[in-house]
Design a protein around this ligand. Structure first.
Ligand code: GLY
Ligand code: MN
Ligand code: MN
Length: 430
């Protein structure tokens, strides 16, 4: 099917879901604002690149300030564009024209929106209260209902996410080769990734994480040192790409060298790769995502024992918090317009999983990441070293791999009736 046809179905489904949400909340119409130009700093005259409000991006892949999608029951959606007299700046044109015909397009001058915006009881979703059109601003129950519409991806959204994975994989394959064939710095690798995936920091779905050696133990390391790193080391790259507003979120870890420490880290890496694939195989509709997160800790405990890093039973390694000191973040999160997408954390996680961002029941149509890891984070390991849990880890083995920082492997998964579809590995194989 063409993008235009997929998009038409996406919009029809959104119209139906939004009409139901408006009726349930007693609204006559909805205005979704793209967002106004935001100052970087009140003491300076620059603005941030525009990242449209996600509720707007769900309908329309236009990166334009002060645009509005207007939804009224039974009527074609209206796209209101504010045409500004601006000879300083311009936006990149949309990557595709497939969306225009879904809207009644109206152009207005700045401040002239009143007669093209709906009357009656209107809800307005905006991040800029000062410039928002009149109406009930960001009603929480309506936002929750709109967020719920983002949790099951339409075929159009899946096509966008698959393309976002293909674009990111171009960058990932390139930097893997740059790392393997030279001694690049983190900044070299970051810039090489952006070039190969044809994007800038401003258009990427999130700031790329590029870490060599011990920096890989910092979960979101973005300091990009300029010094080339020689000798045995590791390379963790967590970076995505965007297509029509949808982003991918992919992590790979590599190791260079033949020293005993590098060989030990390589063995750990291959266990983590096998573990990540096993977790993905276990995805099935009806399973609680948090239970899969807990299973990941049991698998990690077994891997630690096999590698001789963990001592005691696998049950003890989990129960005593050893696996959680080595893997402090969640197994993954919903993915879509925002990299940590909405609607899949309707209840808080259990106390032992404070950073888990997905507590939903797995359902067909969801897209989420699976990103297990293991990290040598001194601040988290120190308490274990000083209390009764000291005997549960081989501290010499930990010290041996400490200079390699950590490992994360992250894929983007669509749940289908016939099992998980791995958008990342599919892109890697094509
Ligand atoms: N790139 C951030 C994350 O994986 O959640
Ligand atoms: Mn992620
Ligand atoms: Mn990531």
């Amino acid at each position: 099917m063409t993008l235009t046809a997929l998009y038409a179905t996406h919009i029809a489904t959104l119209q139906q879901g939004t009409e139901a949400a408006l009726a349930a909340q007693g609204f006559d119409a909805l205005v979704l604002c793209s967002g106004s130009a935001a100052m970087r700093n009140r003491f300076d005259d620059q603005t941030w690149p525009l990242h449209p409000t996600p509720a707007f991006a769900h309908w329309c892949p236009l990166y334009e300030a002060d645009a509005y999608v207007v939804i009224r029951p039974g009527q074609k959606p209206r796209l209101v564009r504010t045409i500004a007299m601006d000879f300083w700046e311009t936006q990149a044109p949309p990557e595709s024209d497939h969306f225009w015909s879904a809207f009644e397009v109206v152009e207005i001058k700045a401040g002239g929106a009143t007669d093209v915006l709906p009357g009656g009881k209107v809800a307005v979703i905006t991040r800029d209260q000062g410039t928002a059109p009149p109406g009930a601003v960001n009603p929480p129950a309506l936002i929750a209902a709109l967020d719920a519409l983002r949790t099951k991806k339409s075929e159009y959204e899946v096509a966008c996410l698959a393309e976002a994975s293909r674009r990111a994989v171009k960058g990932h394959k390139h930097v893997a080769q740059v790392f393997a064939s030279g001694t690049p710095s983190e900044l070299d690798l970051h810039l090489a990734y952006l070039l190969a995936s044809e994007q800038t920091d401003g258009t990427a779905p999130y700031q790329g994480i590029v870490a060599l050696g011990p920096h890989a133990s910092v979960l979101h390391y973005v300091a990009y040192e300029r010094t080339p790193v020689t000798g045995d080391t590791s390379f963790l790259v967590d970076a995505g790409a965007k297509y029509l507003g949808y982003g991918s979120d992919i992590t790979r870890t590599y190791v260079r060298g033949k020293s005993p420490s590098a060989l030990r880290f390589r063995e750990l890496l291959s266990h983590m790769e096998a573990l990540q694939q096993e977790v993905i195989r276990r995805i099935k509709p009806g399973l609680e995502y948090e239970d899969l997160h807990d299973e990941t800790h049991r698998l990690l405990a077994h891997a630690l024992r096999e590698l001789g890093i963990g001592r005691g039973s696998a049950e003890e390694l989990v129960a005593q918090g050893v696996t959680r000191a080595l893997l402090p973040h969640g197994l993954g999160h919903s993915l879509g317009i925002t990299v940590h997408d909405v609607g899949m954390k309707l209840r808080p996680p259990r106390a032992e999983n404070p950073f888990l961002r997905n507590t939903s029941t797995i359902e067909v149509g969801q897209v989420f990441t699976i990103e297990p890891g293991i990290y040598i984070i001194d601040a988290l390991l120190k308490p274990l070293q000083t209390d009764h849990r000291r005997e549960l880890l081989d501290w010499a083995a930990i010290a041996d791999v400490r200079a390699f920082g950590g490992i994360r492997i992250e894929d983007n998964i669509l749940v289908t009736p016939s099992g998980p579809r791995n958008l990342t590995r599919e892109a890697w194989a094509s």
